[in-house]
Structure formats: structure tokens, C-alpha cells
Design a protein around this ligand. Structure first.
Ligand SMILES: [Mg+2]
Length: 399
């Protein structure tokens, strides 16, 4: 089964009706979300599909650059081809999530191809099913939105952002009661000082969170150590990291209870599966980051979480743009609060290329809006207002 052709399918994804990510419900996703799908065609006529995030337009260029290294190679050699792509990225420096997004998309498509060729669902190649369905959680910024999501079956609710996050999380907990899992994501903004993250974390302790996510930025290991030392909550993170080596200090130092590889930019099934093994040895569970991704990466993560023993939960944007269900035909089964892998071979999906072509990429960057303190949206990170308490530190232009 030789690789014949690798194609990128880049598109503009529409705005979700509300994101629940932020205190205002506004988000950069509304105007600047791209989805990048990649298909790999083999000489036996089979087509494998994957997805790459991590800056989709840049990732698409990287996929096209990598393609000549793969055409003519045996599509079943997932590990060897993964290593070949990794080495090929070296000359461009540490390419982070862009390089790993490209590898992710191609690798996922190769695993899809291999499982199709063997006539089995992908999870069978990953050890077989340990569970028949994967629970998911959704985002909610208000008690009303949280309650509606719970009534629709969501197994957990996540509150995000910094602005009034303690107040919002307490209000959501009061609305949903103690039996629904609650998470809080501070999104680790570069301007949030570790001492403030500790203060927020301590105020969240009574809520018995499933996890506190990215209390500080992923490049601030000192800050993570401080939060770990001072806050009695399980910690989650990893969505902005690209390699096993990036994850290594977080796991080796015991800074994470839940690891969150991005399903579109962490090197695909090959590397995410290895990360799950590293995590298993440390009693760390896996909850892939998936909120802004398209549906192909989601299907890939459902197969992985169906197989690994330490799966916790999958993030889901629900409700999302209606195009999410129109971009592909798939065997994915959706029921309230749970996703189940299709029983067809591989990922059990096929892109609708006409629909993708009708939504060409137009804009791929946007500033985060809402959810931060006033004045922190559009400025240099070193000039932004820190977390204010009374007067000092408040943004004078946007009080
Ligand atoms: Mg997050």
C-alpha cells in the first residue's frame, strides 16, 4: 500500500452560536477559525483522512512541504514515517505545534488508511475497546447555559477565562449541583502572575473541581510548581505543547493530574498514544483538548479514548456551527453526553469536498475577546493590567 497523493482541504469554519468560553460569550473563534483536513490516497484506491490544527494555514504549507518525502513510501509504516517527518522538521528549528500539526494530520490519515486496509475500526489497532462510549464536557459561561447543557446530557461543565471567574464558577456550581463535574480553565495567559493564579485556585478549592486547567502559561514551569505546591486541586494542561519532550517535565515533576494533548497538533495517533502510556505510568488521565478543532480530529480522539485505559473525558464545542455535521459523513454516534466510534473500518468517515470548497479560508487569526480583565485584550502582554483588586493595576482607559 504505497502513498500516491497527499492533499490539504483548508476551510473557514463558521461561528458557533455561543462559545461559553468567556464571560461575555464572545470569542476569536467567531471570525477566525480555520479547519484543515488532510487526505492521503494510496495506490490501492483507499483514502485516509486526518486533521491538523496549530495554525491551520501554516500547517497546510508544512503538509505540502512534507508530502514529497512520503509519496511512494509504504503507508503502513506509521512509526518510520513519523520519525522521517520529525527529522525533516529539524532544519526549520523547533517547529512546535505547527510542525506537529502537519505531522498530526498526515499520521492520523495513515492510521486511518492502515485500519481501513485491515478492515477494522481504528480503535482495534490501538488495543481494542476498553469502553463503548466516551463522555464529553462542554463550556458554559453562565449558570443558565450550564443548566441547559446539563439538561442536554453534558457529563461535565467547564468555566473559562479570568474575569470574575471565581464568581462565575461558584454560580455555575450552585446551578448544576454536586453531581455534575465542574472544571475551570484559566487559559494560562502570559500576564497572569503565578501568585494570582494561586489566589484564584484557592478560591476555587471548595468547588471540588474535576480539574483546574492551565493556571499559568505552559512556558512558566516555576509558576506551575508554585501552583502545585499551594493549591489543593487536580491540575490539567498541555494543549499548547507539541512533543513528548515538552510534556516530560510536567509529568516527571508531578505537575499534572490530567494531560490534555491537542487532537490536531500533538503529532497524531502515534505520539498521543505514547503520551497516554507515559501518563498511565504516573496515574495521570487523558482528556484531549478539542474545543476549536474540526470533527475529524474529534473522531480520531474518540477512537483513541475508546482504547486507552486512562481516558478521562473529551472536550466538545456543543452547540457548534451547523457546518460541523455537514463537512463529512461519518459513523460517529452522538448521544447526550457521550460519543461512540463508528463500527466501519478506519475512522469511518468521508469528507464532503464540495462543502469544504464552498467555505474557503478567509481569516485565520483573531484576538481573544472577553473573559479577561478590562484592558487586557489588545495590548502588549507586558503592559496589560494584571489581576486587579481595588484600584492599583486597573486599566485607566477601560475602567
Ligand atoms: Mg484550555
Amino acid at each position: 500500500m504505497k502513498i500516491q497523493e497527499i492533499r490539504c482541504h483548508l476551510m473557514q469554519a463558521g461561528a458557533p452560536p455561543q462559545t461559553g468560553w468567556t464571560g461575555t460569550g464572545k470569542s476569536a473563534l467567531a471570525t477566525s477559525r480555520n479547519w484543515l483536513f488532510v487526505t492521503v490516497r494510496a495506490d490501492n484506491g483507499l483514502v485516509g483522512t486526518g486533521e491538523g490544527s496549530g495554525w491551520p494555514r501554516a500547517v497546510a504549507a508544512a503538509v505540502q512541504d512534507l508530502a514529497p518525502l512520503l509519496v511512494g513510501e509504504d503507508a503502513r509504516a506509521t512509526e518510520r514515517l513519523w520519525q522521517r517527518m520529525r527529522v525533516a522538521c529539524m532544519g526549520h528549528g523547533q517547529t512546535g505545534v505547527v510542525g506537529m500539526g502537519a505531522i498530526n494530520a498526515i499520521d492520523m490519515a495513515l492510521w486511518d488508511l492502515k485500519a481501513q486496509a485491515l478492515g477494522v475500526p481504528l480503535y482495534e489497532l490501538l488495543g481494542g475497546a476498553t469502553r463503548s462510549k466516551v463522555p464529553f464536557y462542554v463550556h458554559a459561561a453562565t449558570p443558565e447555559a450550564a443548566l441547559a447543557a446539563v439538561q442536554a446530557g453534558a457529563q461535565g461543565i467547564k468555566v473559562g477565562g479570568i474575569a470574575k471567574v471565581v464568581e462565575r464558577a461558584h454560580a455555575v456550581r450552585a446551578a448544576i449541583g454536586p453531581d455534575i463535574d465542574l472544571m475551570c480553565d484559566l487559559h494560562g495567559p502570559p500576564w497572569l502572575a503565578p501568585a494570582d493564579a494561586v489566589a484564584i485556585g484557592r478560591e476555587l478549592e471548595p468547588l471540588k473541581l474535576l480539574f483546574l486547567e492551565e493556571p499559568v502559561a505552559p512556558d512558566d514551569l516555576r509558576g506551575w510548581r508554585l501552583v502545585r505546591d499551594k493549591v489543593a486541586l487536580p491540575l490539567a494542561g498541555g494543549e499548547r505543547l507539541a512533543t513528548l519532550q515538552d510534556m516530560q517535565p510536567f509529568l516527571a515533576e508531578g505537575l499534572l493530574d490530567v494531560v490534555q494533548p491537542d487532537g490536531g497538533r500533538f503529532g497524531g495517533i502515534t505520539q498521543i498514544r505514547k503520551l497516554a502510556g507515559m501518563a498511565e505510568a504516573l496515574s495521570v488521565t487523558v482528556a484531549p483538548h478539542s474545543g476549536s478543532l474540526g470533527p475529524v480530529a474529534e473522531v480520531g480522539m474518540v477512537h483513541l479514548l475508546s482504547a486507552i485505559p486512562n481516558a478521562l473525558v473529551l472536550e466538545r464545542m456543543d452547540p457548534d456551527w451547523e457546518g460541523r455535521t455537514q463537512v463529512m459523513d461519518s459513523g460517529l454516534r452522538v448521544e447526550p453526553g457521550f460519543l461512540s466510534a463508528g463500527s466501519g473500518p478506519g475512522l469511518d468517515l468521508r469528507l464532503r469536498e464540495d462543502f469544504i470548497a464552498a467555505h474557503p479560508s478567509q481569516r485565520n487569526v483573531g484576538l481573544a475577546t472577553g473573559g479577561w480583565n478590562a484592558g487586557t485584550d489588545h495590548e502588549s502582554v507586558y503592559l496589560q493590567a494584571r489581576r486587579p483588586r481595588a484600584r492599583i493595576g486597573r486599566d485607566l482607559e477601560n475602567p
